[in-house]
Design a protein around this ligand. Sequence first.
Ligand code: TYD
Length: 133
Amino acid sequence: MNYRLIDFNIMGDSRGKLIAAEELSEFVPFEIKRVYWIFDTLPDEERGKHAHKELEQIIVAMDGACQFVLDDGKKRETVWLNRPDKGLYIGKNMWREMRHFSYGCKLMIIASTKYDPKEYIRSYDEFLKTIKG
Ligand code: TYD
């Protein structure tokens, strides 16, 4: 499975906590081309349901929680994101679905490419064909 959870290095003192993510580092294994964020999500709405041919990304739940379903075409696993000090790295050719958003969940996504709708695989059947091919 081309995903893993990252424990970010927390710099903290009595004033609070701070995390810094630098590209091509232990925590972000790619050059950062885009950062985007998702908010005002709803518990009954699912997102994702696609894979990427090229994109690698790291997702951080800055606030709240949601569940990721991760599928490499052979296995399907679920991961909860619910802490701002954890990152979910997802590599290429992984089908993902996001669901069970808590009210007020805010996700920040650090991405290795600019937005390109052509590198999305939005059909699960096409995803299975792509990874077999
Ligand atoms: P979508 O990829 O469907 O979101 P999710 O994977 O969270 O379900 O994106 C929603 C809309 O936003 C869609 O119209 C494409 C657009 N979009 C951009 O224009 N730029 C971006 O960087 C992203 C991620 C999405």
